[in-house]
Design a protein around this ligand. Sequence first.
Ligand code: CUA
Length: 213
Amino acid sequence: MHTETHTGLESPKGVWWKPAHPAEKMWVTIAFVWCMILFAMMPLWHWKGGQNPSGIRRSTDPASYMKRVMEQAQQYGVGTDKGIPVVAPPPGADVYLAAMTFQWTPVLKLQKGKQYTLHLSSLDVVHGFGLYPINVNFMVVPGFDYGLRVTPNEAGDFRIICNEFCGIGHHTMVGRVIVEDGPTTSAAIDAPGANAAAAMNPALAALAAGSAK
Ligand code: CUA
């Protein structure tokens, strides 16, 4: 056992070649086994736990992404909600949701128990998709289109909150997803039947009309 003091300027006598204490061996074994368990849990969670859904990732740019959002509003628009288009895409459709400072466009009307591919992208900075009160969180990154296969399993009027600090209006960035049990109706929106695309913020429309890179 080392008892003499030393300054640190001269290195202490090495002891690594001496056999380890049984307790040390035991702790190294426990730590190694635990590392292996955690290592195995990563792929296990990916496949079994549904913690890291495998989405489709593509690169995009704000103008072309916004163009998809506009096309969708023209195709499946059912009205507006506080000036934001409300779209009711059919089951199985690709659904495009755009995040921008400080709003989510459009409002989505989906059917319970039906699968959709939900695309998320940002038109400016990084935002966070948080479905409230359900615990769903995804990062929404500019320049990337992240497509998630989703099947709403609960009917209700949900709010999308931004959970990535994106600026002064971060706390006001609230979106809406309406999940209906059965075919979508035009209830619970401001102006049913209105041309949803026409309700789009003019600045956004200009962005979408601009040439896609
Ligand atoms: Cu968008 Cu915070």
